[in-house]
Design a protein around this ligand. Structure first.
Ligand code: HEC
Length: 106
């Protein structure tokens, strides 16, 4: 039974490609990504120039990113309507996908 579970775990990892990929983390990617593309509107520091970004939806910290990981996938990768106005480099979209999937489980 343990062998079976391990085999399944390996198969799952192989399917996602997370095993082969270089780790994409908050420190080597997420922080910079959020600072570049999201924090201009979504920051706890920012109370008067949020351009309509809802209070409480912030991307200042890794905990924020974890909390909003599922919605980040939907809005950036699926619907493509965040950041407002678009403009995310294709390479960054790929890294975002890897980070959300492999590190944050979304
Ligand atoms: C120019 C300002 C601006 C930028 C930059 C921006 N947003 Fe937003 N965001 C908004 C506004 C306005 C709303 C509220 C309206 C809406 O939901 O479309 C919002 C709402 C959201 C929400 C909450 C609604 C939901 O779907 O759960 C999430 C999550 C979100 N944005 C993610 C992001 C991410 C991730 C980035 C960076 C990749 C980003 N946003 C960049 C303005 C911005």
């Amino acid at each position: 039974m343990i062998v079976l579970v391990l085999a399944l775990a390996c198969a799952t990892e192989a399917d996602t490609g997370c095993d082969d990929a270089a780790p994409v983390t908050w420190n080597n990617f997420g922080h910079g990504f959020m600072t570049t593309y999201c924090v201009g509107c979504h920051s706890v520091e920012n109370t008067d120039r949020r351009y309509g970004a809802p209070t409480g939806v912030d991307f200042d910290t890794e905990d924020d990113a974890i909390e909003w990981a599922a919605r980040t996938r939907v809005r950036v990768l699926e619907d493509g309507d965040m950041p407002v106005g678009g403009g995310v480099y294709a390479a960054d979209l790929e890294l975002l996908d890897t980070w959300l999937r492999c590190e944050l489980g979304e």
